[in-house]
Design a protein around this ligand. Structure first.
Ligand code: CDP
Length: 245
């Protein structure tokens, strides 16, 4: 028996390893992985490059709205456990992960018309089912009927260290305190915005992965899914689920 064609929603604070977990789940159980944060990051990159947001994070709402209404071609391609984000033909996957984008993404993501723009893309992708999606409001607002909801959390210092290591590995020159401050600021803005703030859905299960290895996370998830769906023996699905969203 395999995991049925469900939607798995993974929400939680910044840099808790949601996307790593979501990618592992996608690979293990042959789901399509969708990274909602990448889309908010994509809109932010677009806003930065076109002068719709300044260095103090003041947003030209009218200009940004007009350009989204004109049709920003923001999309991603998912293949197994991987997801790549594009604006038109341009692969923006690495540019959206810089600290520059991270420091402007939460104010942009708090704008209601930006959320509506991203939600449209997510709903279209999720309609196909057998999807694991990570973000801040997936289980509460984007897919409130998701059959499995996880809320991931971890110690703030552990999270900051993970993100610091990630940025370093990508060739950036991060300062630990700046990385940590960015995570704290985003957590605050994300949890306090008016539209669909970050919070645990009432029916979400909490995973604190501060002291868990990736292997332990996938063992935990496997056990969770087996218990949840009464599966006695897990086999991964055989059909490929790659596609463009
Ligand atoms: O990977 P990391 O935890 O740094 O964040 P992310 O998932 O890439 O998301 C970047 C930002 O997008 C978050 O800090 C939120 O401001 C926003 N976001 C959101 O508002 N709603 C979502 N469903 C996903 C991300």
């Amino acid at each position: 028996m395999k995991v049925p064609d469900i939607i798995i929603a993974i929400d939680g604070f910044s840099a808790t390893g949601k996307s790593t977990l979501a990618k592992l789940i996608a690979k293990e159980f042959d789901f399509v992985y969708l990274d909602s944060g990448a889309l908010y990051r994509g809109v932010t990159l677009h806003a930065l490059e076109n002068g719709f947001i300044d260095k103090d994070n003041n947003i030209d709402l009218e200009g940004l709205k007009k350009s989204l209404d004109e049709g920003l071609d923001l999309h991603f391609e998912s293949d197994g456990g991987q997801s790549h984000t594009f604006i038109g033909e341009r692969d923006i996957e690495s540019e959206i992960r810089t600290l520059r984008v991270s420091s402007s993404v939460s104010p942009i993501a708090a704008v209601p018309f930006v959320r509506a723009f991203v939600d449209n893309i997510l709903h279209a992708a999720g309609r196909k089912g057998r999807v694991v999606m990570d973000g801040r409001d997936i289980g509460t607002a984007v897919f409130p009927d998701a059959q499995v909801k996880l809320f991931v959390t971890a110690d703030p210092d552990v999270r900051a260290q993970r993100r610091f290591d990630e940025l370093k590995a990508k060739g950036e020159n991060p300062v630990f305190e700046e990385v940590k401050k960015n995570l704290e600021e985003r957590d605050y803005i994300d949890s306090h915005r008016e539209t669909n703030p970050l919070r645990r859905a009432d029916d979400a299960f909490v995973m604190d992965n501060s002291d868990m290895t990736l292997h332990e996370e996938i063992v935990w998830t496997r056990g969770f899914l087996m218990g949840r769906f009464g599966i006695l023996e897990l086999t991964t699905a055989s059909s490929s689920n790659a596609g463009q969203c």
